[in-house]
Write a protein that binds this ligand. Structure first.
Ligand code: ADP
Ligand code: ZN
Length: 750
């Protein structure tokens, strides 16, 4: 008799089931088991042994799903690494790693159906039979080239590729024809070409693809990336906005596919990358798979199952959970906008960072990694400084593009001089007026998260910080005090500024809705729209707003950080950052870094096409170092200064942060458990332990929440730290009256 350890999608260790002789089951297989009295689950066979476990009653594995194992050995290693590193169970990894369709559960066996998946296809084109001789084509050309030059041009292109493939009547892959999709569709409708779908063929050389020609600087960067990869190093591509990082990615993707290997390209958010995805799908037709949470459950499930039987040469583009998709010959992982906080799953277990996971995964698969950003994270930059990563800079925009001019506009001075209307300095309004007069567009950025209620002096711009943790204090309604979210330090709210002693301290914050209202009043003729979490609840709503702005049916776009990323709007010549102060005042040790990244990204939206753009930053702290670094676009100076600050306060990358999240419905029980846990942790980590404090979200879904933060110095072993944390959690679980408290762990907490 054999016994199988099966991972189930539950926060539990694997369970043992018996394996009947007749059932051919391998490690990695998805199997159906009964768990509880009337529930059937899909589990993954983790290991098989012939040793009978000691407990008496074993349930059998009922059935195997799918003809091939669902989980490869490499994925098994990944799940194990993740459970170990992020301190969670394999079942919790399984919950996020497998789409629901691939791990069906049901109340009866009959409901559990397998699916058959169609292979991917790509389009082929062929000239209509009336055009399949050189003579006919030439005649058509002579007759129509004056009136329809583009049409003739495309037909000639198809003809040229067809001849290269044998004869004018050959079928030609669509990917080799450089023409817009609507144009191809029109030719088909006119009966000049026919179109058919065929199973995707492997790419054998990069000649099989139509790739952009790289500029000299881009070509050099590509060579440096090759060199880094030959050296088995991660390549950090630091390219300013508009430098054409995408073009470099496209070349790397093509080379990897041509070698028969798979590529994963991670993006922070799918909706904002629709332009990128269209581009990739056009070049890598039939080989591009997108993956994100807005796809239907069916699509996601089918994608997973299809990839689990693929033989390589796939390009998978998607958000963080893409790293869980099966690949068989992974050659390259690209993490675009690698600094983006979205790569970290913070709201549920496993609280993994997809960028860091990508680096681990590439290493264990012998694959290459490119981390790309205009404003790299300090973690990655430090790895570049120490030589662990290869650092590749692209410091100029592609083609004629120049970086925008940055104007720092002092709000306090503007108020004093009466040069302010509503929330706008006249300086900004003048630029907006000029842009609108030239028929250009403007973007106004206001960070919604700036609503986190902080207190600021309206005379000098000062806002109080925690003396121990160097983060802004947040005003709490309940206690009417200003509190530190890290260590719990608090002080009374004052009306007198501790810095300039004026009685002018007040609560700050205004939102995008207000901005739209005010700007519409100032420019009644302008067409104004808002892009934020409220107006883009669905993908279609989001796309409508974006495409109206692209088509220049909108003049001014007001938005939150959603507008900062990736967009390539052609007509924008003025960008306004309405209140940089609330970026600088986020209660977060990364506030400065994030503020710099956000402002640089917003600035990157201006003047992307030849006309030099302007960015106006409104702030009460024009001398703030971060504002100065943005104004001079000096990433390096920002990074070095900020790293120094991190070193002084022992923050990442000089330490690792682990956050423990405790929750329970009873306040008193939670409080006792949190203090007890902190006490046990202090015995192991001494003064590296901060808290417990009430969470920013004190109560969520009927549960009270508390947090404890642990700083583990770089010099100390992280695996030992993890052991300590595991043993503390186990110890708490043994104490009778507090063991009901639920403890989640967030390793490398943001
Ligand atoms: P980044 O991602 O670095 O911000 P993009 O890749 O979006 O930059 O490039 C910015 C713009 O420049 C895009 O419109 C892109 O099409 C154009 N571009 C960049 N490099 C090239 C190239 N080698 N050939 C043609 N167009 C390019
Ligand atoms: Zn503090």
């Amino acid at each position: 008799m054999l016994y199988a350890q099966v991972v189930l999608p539950l926060a539990q260790p694997p369970y043992t089931f018996s394996l009947d002789e007749g059932l051919a089951v391998r490690v990695g297989d998805a199997v159906v088991v009964q768990f509880g009295s009337s529930r059937y689950y899909t589990g993954i066979v983790w290991s098989i042994s012939d040793e009978r476990p000691t407990f008496a009653h074993l349930k059998p594995i009922l059935r195997r799903l799918y003809s091939k194992p669902l989980i490869t050995a490499t994925m098994q290693r990944l799940w194990e690494w993740m459970a170990d590193y992020y301190i969670c169970s394999l079942g919790e990894v399984m919950r996020v790693a497998l789409p629901s369709l691939a791990k069906p559960s049901a109340t009866s066996l009959e409901e559990l159906e397998e699916r058959s998946i169609a292979p991917p296809t790509e389009r082929y084109l062929r000239l209509d039979s009336s055009l399949q001789t050189e003579k006919a084509l030439a005649e058509y050309h002579a007759k129509h080239s004056r009136r329809a030059p583009r049409r003739c041009d495309t037909l000639d292109k198809i003809g040229a590729v067809a001849i290269a493939r044998g004869a004018l009547d050959s079928w030609v892959p669509r990917r080799l024809i450089d023409a817009e999709s609507e144009h191809i569709a029109a030719l088909e409708k006119q009966g000049l070409i026919s179109c058919e779908h065929r199973p995707t063929e492997p790419i054998r050389t990069t000649q099989d693809l139509l790739l952009p020609t790289l500029s000299e600087a881009q070509g050099r960067a590509l060579e440096l990336i090759h060199a880094a990869h030959n050296d088995n190093r991660v390549a950090l591509l630091h390219g300013v906005t508009g430098s054409g990082k995408t073009e470099i990615y496209i070349h790397l993707i093509a080379e990897t596919l041509a070698a028969g290997r798979d590529v994963m390209m991670l993006v922070p958010e799918i909706v904002i990358t629709s332009q990128l995805i269209e581009r990739l799908e056009r070049i890598f037709e039939g080989r591009t798979t997108t993956y994100h949470s807005r796809l239907t459950a069916l699509r996601r499930g089918e994608t997973f199952l299809r990839l689990s039987t693929s033989t390589g040469g796939e390009l998978i583009v998607g958000v963080r959970s893409t790293i869980f998709l099966p690949t068989h010959n992974l050659g390259l992982i690209i993490v675009d906008e690698e600094h983006d906080a979205n790569y970290k799953q913070s709201d549920m277990s496993p609280r993994y960072n997809a960028r860091d996971t990508a680096v681990y995964m590439a290493h264990s698969n012998n694959a290459n990694v490119v981390l790309g950003s205009a404003t790299p994270s300090l973690e990655s930059y430090m790895n570049a400084l120490t030589g662990k990563y290869a650092y590749i800079a692209l410091s100029e925009r592609w083609g004629e593009g120049v970086l925008p001019e940055i104007v720092v506009s002092d709000t306090i001075r503007a108020v004093k001089r009466g040069e302010r209307k509503a929330h706008f300095n006249l300086e900004l309004l003048r630029f907006i007026t000029r842009s609108l007069e030239c028929g250009d567009q403007a973007i106004l950025f206001q960070n919604r998260r700036g609503y986190s209620p902080y207190v600021q002096c309206r005379t000098c711009g000062f806002s109080p910080r925690c003396p121990r943790c160097n983060v802004t204090l947040t005003k709490h309604k309940a206690s009417a005090r200003m509190e530190c979210h890290y260590c719990g330090y608090s002080e009374a709210v004052t009306t007198v500024c501790p810095n300039c002693e004026t009685q002018d301290m007040s609560l700050m914050g205004f939102g995008t809705e207000k901005v739209v209202e005010e700007i519409s009043r100032l420019y009644p003729q302008a067409r104004v729209e808002r892009l934020d979490g409220d107006t883009s609840t669905s993908e279609s709503a989001f796309k409508r707003i974006v495409s109206r702005f692209e088509a220049h049916e909108t003049d001014i776009l007001v938005g939150t950080q959603i507008i900062t990323k990736g967009f390539d709007f052609k007509g924008v010549s003025t960008v306004g950052i309405l209140n940089a102060d609330n970026l600088l005042s986020l209660p977060d040790f990364r506030a400065s870094e994030r503020a710099f990244q956000l402002m640089m990204q917003v600035a990157g939206r201006a003047g992307r096409h030849n006309n030099r753009g302007r960015v106006v930053i409104q702030t009460s702290q024009p001398k703030h170092p971060i504002i100065r670094y943005v104004a001079t676009a000096d990433y390096r100076a920002m990074a070095l200064a900020e790293l120094e600050e991190r070193r002084a306060f022992g923050y990442p990358p000089y330490s690792r942060l682990v956050r423990l999240l405790l929750r329970h419905t009873e306040y008193e029980l939670l409080r006792r458990a949190a203090h007890y846990t902190a006490e046990l942790l202090r015995a192991k980590f001494s003064d590296g332990v901060m808290g417990p404090v009430a969470s920013a979200l004190e109560m969520l879904r009927g549960e009270y929440r508390a947090e404890i933060l642990i700083k583990v110095d770089r010099g100390n072993s992280m695996s030992r730290a993890r052991q300590h944390i595991r043993s503390v959690i186990a110890d708490v679980a043994k104490v009778k009256d507090i063991k009901a408290v639920r403890i989640d762990v967030d390793v490398d907490a943001q």
